[in-house]
Design a protein around this ligand. Sequence first.
Ligand code: GRF
Length: 206
Amino acid sequence: MMTRAPLSAIVLISGRGSNLQAIIDAKAQNRLTMNLTAVISNKPDAKGLERAHKAGLPTYVCSSQGKTSAVYNTELLQLIESLTPDLIILAGYMKIIPSELIAKFRGRIINIHPSLLPSFPGLHAHEQALAKGVKITGCTVHFVDEGCDTGPIILQKSLAIPENCTADKLSDLLLPLEHEAYVEALSLYENQGLDIIDNRVSIKPK
Ligand code: GRF
């Protein structure tokens, strides 16, 4: 039987890095086989960088501070190309992904968003959901395209919003679901492969 080499994946973060941690833990538990070859942050003080160090992962800071977006985008693209990843995982990365990067890695950039897309894209998804009074929300793992949280959906998980919920509480409730969803989606990606047809994702039969 042919065995494929594990994928090489890099993770982009801007902050806390709890999704990164879930991926690191899943890898340690052999729930994922992909090699995490680098963690890149646009913020030098991102807590996720400590998590990466602790796990022995190479880290890079590509700071956007004081740079035009053209300069920042070029630096980011050069760094990513030098790392030759198979897959780019966005885990709380708060910058717009340059279209050149999307074009070069189409179908190979994955993001997680804390709502049931296409509802509540962009910033403050929890607040948006509460403001609309929806009773059910969730999280979405999706491929990244040129739009804001518009790419093909890989997997979603939902939960009922309790009475008198706040944005912080909702975020706390959603986070464990996000961690589960991200690991599941990455496992599908590496084990089965995912086809994107007409903006819809289907799981390739084994
Ligand atoms: C998560 O809620 C994720 O859905 C959103 O940003 C947050 C990142 O959290 N894109 P963390 O840094 O992974 O803890």
